[in-house]
Design a protein around this ligand. Structure first.
Ligand SMILES: *[C@@H]1O[C@H](CO)[C@@H](O)[C@H](O)[C@H]1NC(C)=O
Ligand SMILES: *[C@@H]1O[C@H](CO)[C@@H](O)[C@H](O)[C@H]1NC(C)=O
Length: 298
């Protein structure tokens, strides 16, 4: 089948955005945490793990094997942001508390065996102001309970979770959870930002390459790959002459070890087509879109 052409103007409307970084907005920035507890871990795997994120970047890790909170990635080079001894003690206490909750929940289900409990919470600020938060738990991958900051209250998402709601709102007040999410968490984030902005605000431009592959005899797949860029938002499209070529498949990678992203878009053309076809990439790190062109003679 021939590649479908779309008028170039139509598609450009979708990809035209600010060519350089951001406007005067500061943020949003988020601080979030993920806990995972497993009742019967395989040998050598920690029963409890805790990871902290600033925006999309993991900066802190703790698990029940090491019993030590440790910095991750670029935060290994940062001094004074976290008191690691205190953080380790705090996480040891959280581990005990979290594994206790998992035991309680298994009790509500009258369940033994191998079960997983996952908790996640966090907050967001924009222009230095609090602008949102969440706190929720899942049992064996199903939503179990979540916090509503408006009421404030814990909302059970399974019949069994009513027990958890009653327990938590009796042991402490829902208002305390709200205060934590709306005040303490943003304060913690503001403090962390003083140390973390260089990693969060960095602009790593993509390197762009094209691969060509002939499948099924007479169809060629042209894949345009953008590599090693940060932050994540990117737009990529293909053109031939003045027209945008319809994307047949696309994909993206998770944040890599070196803290960057990968993304690709592919088009299909007749193998006899000599081109040229061009891949255009727009990213906040680039003053103008990057264009790489493919010809059959290559
Ligand atoms: C229990 O479940 C977890 C999560 O699915 C898994 O990683 C672990 O290996 C399981 N434990 C056993 C003993 O199979
Ligand atoms: C660490 O914990 C000690 C004892 O609880 C406390 O006095 C100290 O202020 C904490 N330090 C920080 C930086 O939080």
């Amino acid at each position: 089948m021939m590649s479908t052409m779309v008028p170039v103007l139509l598609s450009l409307l979708l990809v035209v955005g600010p060519a350089v970084a951001q406007d005067t907005q500061d943020g949003p920035y988020s601080l979030s945490f993920l806990y995972i507890g497993v009742s019967r871990p395989k040998a050598d795997i920690a029963s409890f793990q805790f990871t902290g994120f600033i925006n999309d970047q993991p900066f802190l890790h703790y698990d029940s094997k090491s019993r030590t909170a440790e910095p991750l990635g670029p935060w290994e080079q940062v001094d004074g942001m976290v008191n690691w001894e205190n953080e380790s003690q705090l996480q040891q206490a959280r581990q005990d508390n979290f594994m206790e909750i998992l035991k309680d929940v298994m009790g509500y289900y009258r369940d033994r065996g191998n079960h997983t409990f996952k908790g996640t919470f966090g907050c967001e600020i924009r222009n230095d102001n609090y602008c949102g938060a969440f706190w929720k738990y899942a049992y064996d991958g199903r939503d179990y309970i979540k916090f509503n900051t408006e009421i404030p209250a814990w909302i059970p998402l399974q019949p069994e979770a009513v027990n958890t709601k009653v327990k938590w709102e009796t042991e402490g007040s829902a208002q305390a959870f709200k205060d934590f999410l709306e005040n303490e968490c943003p304060d913690m984030l503001r403090n962390y930002l003083q140390f973390s902005r260089p990693f969060l605000d960095r602009q790593d431009p993509p390197s762009v390459s094209i691969t060509s592959h002939v499948d099924q005899g007479n169809i060629r797949t042209l894949k345009c790959v953008a590599d090693n860029f940060y932050p994540k938002p990117i737009s990529m499209y293909w053109t031939q002459a003045d027209s945008v070529v319809e994307i047949k498949s696309w994909g993206e990678g998770p944040l890599s070890e070196n803290g960057t992203y990968q993304s690709w878009v592919a088009v299909k053309i007749p193998s006899s087509d000599r081109g040229p076809y061009s891949c255009h990439v727009q990213h906040s790190s680039l003053a103008q879109p990057l264009t790489v062109t493919w010809n059959k003679s290559q």
